[in-house]
Design a protein around this ligand. Structure first.
Ligand SMILES: [Zn+2]
Ligand SMILES: [Zn+2]
Length: 255
């Protein structure tokens, strides 16, 4: 399973995941032209290597390049709630993530089985995704969320983790943001994950069998690579796990 982080951070998020002949995007948060350039630079052919786009939520940094889907005629998947705030996608390309007894139905695209799950953020119906391929790989993508609950942990478990580490608690507290914004970011129901929250979740998930971790969506104001990396490495070190020996971690900024 090949993961390409085309963009991440508050200026835009977009990930390409490929396995065999199946490729998907999770989010399309840079303008279309910019996304096309990034795809080209990474050798990804927009008309062949993207069978679907999966949207986590309708904030601009996750959807502003969705005209890409229109241009290349790619189906776009999002929840009922998030579609209420997403425009500019042709009716025939709008795919709704359905639920049965409160759980999202899996979606099958080529070699992938995709499992959406509920996250906690100030959007109408935001989700994360677990993506399984036919070779036994399982990647999860968890962007904006104020917490990682037990239901999420259960679905996230796999061998590839693409998770936000949005802010360092101290940097946010001491930083320039208005009080209401700080409160929103910290909120477990509407906010983002701190480095410590991400580290605590990964401490529960990582077993040390060579998992790949991508820390993403770092705030450029309230976080930096060193702090995010250190928080996770320390949490995993408590379990006796070392980076580049038991797991492989990359902190991705901008991309
Ligand atoms: Zn958001
Ligand atoms: Zn975001």
């Amino acid at each position: 399973m090949k993961v390409t982080i085309l963009a991440t951070g508050s200026d835009g998020n977009c990930i390409h995941i490929q396995s065999g002949s199946t490729g998907i995007l999770v989010d399309a948060g840079k303008w279309k032209r910019d996304l096309e350039k990034r795809l080209l630079a990474r050798g990804i052919n927009a008309s062949q290597d993207i069978q679907a786009v999966f949207i986590t939520h309708s904030h601009n940094d996750h959807i502003r390049g969705l005209t890409l889907a229109k241009k290349y005629h790619i189906p776009v998947y999002a929840t009922h709630g998030e579609w209420q705030k997403i425009g500019g996608v042709d009716e025939e390309l709008r795919m709704v993530l359905e639920t049965t007894f409160g759980k999202y139905d899996p979606v099958c695209i080529g070699d992938f089985h995709i499992y959406p799950f509920k996250v906690h953020h100030d959007a109408l119906e935001p989700v994360g995704y677990a993506i399984e391929d036919d070779s036994g790989n399982r990647a999860c993508v968890v962007f904006d969320t104020g917490q990682v609950d037990d239901d999420m942990l259960e679905l996230m478990e796999g061998n590839i983790y693409i998770v936000e580490a949005n802010y360092d608690q101290q940097m946010l507290q001491d930083g320039p943001y208005e009080e209401y914004l700080k409160e929103r970011i910290i909120s477990p129901d509407r906010g983002h994950l701190s480095n410590d929250q991400t580290a605590a979740a990964l401490q529960k998930l990582i077993k040390g069998c060579g998992e790949r971790i991508y820390l993403t969506h770092l705030s450029s104001t309230n976080n930096n690579q060193e702090k995010a990396s250190l928080a996770v490495r320390m949490a995993l070190f408590e379990k006796g796990l070392l980076n580049r020996k038991h797991y492989f971690m990359e902190v991705v900024t901008g991309a």
